[in-house]
Design a protein around this ligand. Sequence first.
Ligand code: FAD
Ligand code: NAP
Length: 389
Amino acid sequence: MNPLVGSQIINNRYNYLFTQNTCLIIRDKIPAYILNIKWCKLLRQHPYLCKMTVKNDVSLKPYNTFGIDVKARYLIEINTVDELNEAVDFKNRNNLPFLILGGGSNVLFTKTFEGVVFLNRIEGLRVVEEDDEQVLLKVAGGMAWPRFVDYCVEKNLGGIENLSLIPGTVGAAPIQNIGAYGTEVKETVVEVEAVDLATGKIKTFSNEACRFGYRSSVFKTRSNRNYFITAVTFELKKNPVVNLSYAPLKHIFQNRDINTVSIAEVGNAVKQIRRSKLPDPDQIGNSGSFFKNPVVGINELEPLKKRYPEIPYFQVDRNSYKLAAGWMIEQCGRKGKRLGDAGVHDKQALVLVNHGNATGSDILDLAMMIKKSVNEKFGIELEFEVNIY
Ligand code: FAD
Ligand code: NAP
């Protein structure tokens, strides 16, 4: 039972009225009779009310691709930056912890969230600058990433076609510097606009200030967790050169002159490979790769190569090499195995899945077991890519 039901909180700018399932936030001064009405439907029709609704005691199952059924104390869908300010006001007023959520495709919930979830649904896209070579697009953080990629591919704007079909939102893309098939989003990001939820101030991060790395950025550091990414500006090419560096793409286009391959063809090929290999979250819950591929120095790689001559590795820079975590998990005999309803995907061992009724703790227990086996066999400490709450 929501302890605030029936109560009213008033501050300088807003009134908050709580019912069992919602909290209505009312702008400015309102006629007294409104305060006595408890039916949400009637209240919602009143012109003084803003649209923002605070839901309480909400299941997060529809909001995470693992399909984990935990509750959040409050959830607010944010459709505009103004609504974000109102939501922050609500959080501050009630002294609540917050969690920003886009598509929920890179999170694992293990317990009730005793705070307020801000669901980013800010939409919009506009051309900022354009010449014969390129176009700068400013895109709102709540737009679905796959929809944005399809928009660019349709307009023959190149740079992100290899990132087709990655679930989630535009606003979350810079956070772990999403990557696939030899492309990372950092290659096209010009700047990131974010609201500091501690101060309410807007800050713009240049590409350099984002400090992008392999599946990381400045936004993953503890001191920058207060930033809500509201928009990202991208630079897309009007005369794109396709990137077929990854083996499955090379294979598909092996009989073609690379100069004749369009970004639409690459986008479609990426979608085809992904659909054949990765579990669809609508069919089986998952958050993509659960672990990051570890990056090691030559001193760690050499003994591994001696013990496992077939070990796959990829040079990252002069001194570091990326190992394939999925291969290591497979060598530990974990591919396709399950622990109750928590499982390891049978086509890609890097992906953990929810076969139906797994809890977040079931998935986490499985992840810890995998970490332990990889450490015992290879001496490598795997890191989680998925954010655990
Ligand atoms: P969420 O899961 O909602 O959030 C992820 C984290 O970012 C959370 O900590 C959240 O608090 C924070 N966050 C979200 N939005 C904001 C915001 N606006 N401001 C501040 N913080 C925010 N990833 C890849 O890199 N490459 C892939 O190829 C890939 N393939 C995937 C395939 C599948 C089937 C699935 C399920 C996932 C895959 N992922 C991949 C992971 C995931 O899609 C990406 O990390 C994506 O960017 C997450 O976006 P989201 O909106 O769902 O973020
Ligand atoms: P894959 O082709 O089986 O390759 C296995 C691993 O080897 C990948 O993780 C990839 O690293 C690495 N790799 C392969 N070819 C490479 C090359 N030419 N240069 C450098 N590294 C290479 O992988 P997959 O599982 O089918 O995934 C295909 C792509 O989609 C990968 O880029 C992967 O990252 C991406 N993906 C990511 C997620 C996620 O949630 N993060 C989920 C599904 C797919 P990288 O991962 O660094 O590319």
